[in-house]
Design a protein around this ligand. Sequence first.
Ligand code: AMP
Ligand code: ZN
Length: 132
Amino acid sequence: MKFKENCIFCKIANKRIPAEIIEETEDFVVIKDINPIAPIHLLIISKSHYDSVLDVECKDGADKSGITADNGDMEGRFGRELFGILTSLAKKFNVEDKGFRTVINTKEDGGQTVNHLHVHFLAGRGFGWPPG
Ligand code: AMP
Ligand code: ZN
């Protein structure tokens, strides 16, 4: 587990500052976005700090943070939990029929503003394609 000082999402995910936790797993917390752009706008935030999705190495052995050194199943669990959360949120917010949008903004062109891995879960209205 990697904790970065002065990272707002590290603090939220590790409960150094209070937030309403919608759902929690070993590797993630889910909170409401502070500036929602849809009726349902949640953030799935990793507890471990990654600057972006590019820092998560999905292969056997340690990721860049060395997190697998004491947890050999981290990689498998990470993906399982993330996909599991999507289904769980869809059920919890009753959007299984209508659907939802997931977004991982990455770096400059992706429009990432908080440099800690997070997945947007957007629902409650229709979304256009392609995105702006
Ligand atoms: P991104 O632009 O993809 O990096 O997304 C960052 C998101 O985090 C934005 O939608 C912000 O509204 C949201 N955000 C920033 N700070 C907080 C916070 N303290 N609590 C909840 N959401 C936040
Ligand atoms: Zn962080």
